[in-house]
Ligand binder design. Structure first.
Ligand code: URA
Length: 292
């Protein structure tokens, strides 16, 4: 059956989405099939034909120096410039976050914060879901496609699993508050960088200080390594309780690390350990209730 150009275009779009290229980041679509515009300032390059390089010679293995693109110079930044600007972002986030007296005010500051570059490619700021007055706080990694579209954390497939996990110990979103260590979706769902996490962390810490949770649950390795001073991975940290010192709160916050629901979707055989961690969470909450 002949393939129409519309079908071919659709197939190409689907392939791009499957490869993670699911964000349009330019205002105007680029026609990459159009011939490059003639460059009035450049004489045509008339380099003599190069002799064919022998296969696997030492020079063939050497990387060739970068050449400017024939379509015009691309803007480059010196190495370190981005992380310097992200360090400034972290500094500015610290100052802003310190001034928030309520979680709602903090959410408004996060929504207006323009110094994390992830915001430029995101559709929505994803700050909180659940009940901001709830004494149980869960922190995940970063919004995915569904969260970015809807503007709330954990509303996609991993959120549905999270809901089932909470229900297994008698909880739902009215009794917990949920946020992430990153408020904007990283393009293609890549892992957030250390600098991006550092730019959001002052807000996350202020959120914990304002929420004063009875327990804090860190879902996954990214949240655990952002908030705990250990270099071990989540497989070693999960199921352990930590007393987390948070600026602005006198008593340390009892903190449990767990597997991330999206990891459990990929590795259902690890649900047994997650179930043990949920029971440990329930036992801790029951102890706290009994102690009044
Ligand atoms: N994964 C996360 O870590 N957070 C979300 O909000 C959704 C998926």
């Amino acid at each position: 059956m002949p393939v129409t150009s519309a079908e071919a275009a659709l197939a190409m779009l689907r392939w791009q989405i499957a490869m993670g290229a699911d964000e349009a980041i330019g205002e105007i679509a680029q026609n990459r099939l159009a011939p490059p515009p003639p460059s009035p300032n450049l004489a045509p390059i008339t380099a003599p034909p190069r002799p064919a390089a022998p296969l696997a010679s030492p020079s063939a293995a050497r990387p060739s120096p970068a050449r400017p693109s024939p379509a015009g110079p691309s803007i480059v930044a010196p190495p370190g410039a981005l992380s310097e600007s992200l360090a400034e972002a972290a500094q500015s986030a610290r100052q802003l976050a310190a001034g928030a007296e309520t979680i709602a005010a903090l959410g408004a500051l996060v929504a207006g914060f323009d110094l994390c570059p992830l915001k430029r490619t995101a559709t929505n700021t994803v700050f909180i879901d659940g009940n901001p007055a709830a004494p149980i706080m869960l922190i995940g990694e970063a919004p995915g496609a569904d969260e970015d579209r809807i503007g709330r954390p954990f509303v996609g497939r991993s959120g549905q699993l999270l809901d089932r996990m909470l229900a297994a110990i008698g909880l739902d979103r009215t009794g917990v508050q949920i946020t992430n260590v990153i408020y904007w979706r990283p393009p293609g769902n890549r892992k957030p960088t250390t600098a991006e996490i550092a730019a959001c962390l002052p807000f996350v810490l202020r959120h914990i200080a304002l929420a004063r949770p009875r327990v804090l649950v860190l879902c996954g390795g990214t949240a655990a390594s952002a908030l705990l001073p250990f270099s071990e991975g989540i497989t070693r940290l999960r199921g352990r309780w930590f007393d987390l010192a948070v600026p602005g709160i006198d008593a340390p916050v009892p903190t449990l690390a767990m597997f991330h629901p999206s990891f459990l979707l990929r590795a259902p055989e690890r649900k047994r350990e997650a179930w043990r961690d949920l029971l440990a969470l329930k036992a801790r909450l029951d102890e706290q209730d009994a102690a009044g």
